[in-house]
Design a protein around this ligand. Structure first.
Ligand SMILES: [Zn+2]
Length: 219
């Protein structure tokens, strides 16, 4: 999960009880870097405006600017109305990255992605439980398909990540190739990059990369 710097001023359309508007989408999409706030996928084919606290018909929640989030349909449907009391990634007082560790399985794409709450407060526990489902749930035939697609995208990026690591590691590569690989990895650990949570945690957990990127790690 990544922190989002929510633009303070609410779009005017919310005052007239409209949220599914061009005005809201034009602000939400770039504000969340085009990424689903739960799984961190970008370039969404199925973006949805998600109510962080389910409105259940309550207009105060339905048109509350602070309650509107950008999500993919898979995560939105998994979250539903059952998952509440979660970490708010738009809260400037919460560093959501430090609260939940996400690591990829080493080789097998059918294995679960590891999602661990690092603190025992209820919000961290609830959020880790939800994110675990967003990455791993395959309890219906269609969720089985969307899970395979999701894992393919993440695994392809993981291969690139490991290729850049290999370039930094091997003596056969030139200084300019190593510099380019380091710059690529630096891009991957920015919050606007798809699935940045994994690349950041993999850098932190990897002794070699931690040393290589120590001058650019700010998390
Ligand atoms: Zn998602």
């Amino acid at each position: 999960m990544f922190n989002v710097d929510r633009i303070a001023k609410a779009p005017d359309c919310l005052n007239s009880n409209q949220y599914n508007t061009q005005e809201v989408v034009d602000i939400l999409e770039p504000m969340f870097h085009g990424k689903c706030y739960l799984c961190e996928r970008d370039s969404l084919l199925d973006p949805e405006i998600e109510h962080f606290d389910p409105h259940k018909g309550d207009d105060a929640k339905k048109y509350d600017w602070g309650n509107l989030f950008y999500a993919c349909s898979r995560c939105n449907s998994i979250k539903g109305v059952a998952h509440t009391n979660l970490l708010d990634c738009c809260d400037v007082n919460i560093d959501v990255f430090k609260k939940i560790k996400c690591l990829l399985p080493s080789i097998i794409d059918t294995a679960d992605i590891s999602v661990t709450a690092l603190q025992d407060d209820v919000q961290s526990q609830n959020t880790a439980e939800l994110i675990h489902l967003c990455y791993n749930e395959k309890n219906t035939p269609l969720r089985g398909i969307t899970r395979v697609v999701l894992m393919d995208i993440i695994f392809n990026l993981h291969v690139e990540f490991q290729q850049y690591r290999l370039i930094l590691k091997k003596k056969m590569y030139t200084p300019s190739e190593k510099l380019a690989a380091k710059e690529r990895l630096t891009v991957m650990i920015q919050d606007d990059y798809p699935f940045a949570v994994f690349w950041k945690w993999h850098v932190l957990e990897d002794t070699f990369l931690n040393e290589q990127l120590k001058d650019v790690i700010d998390f």
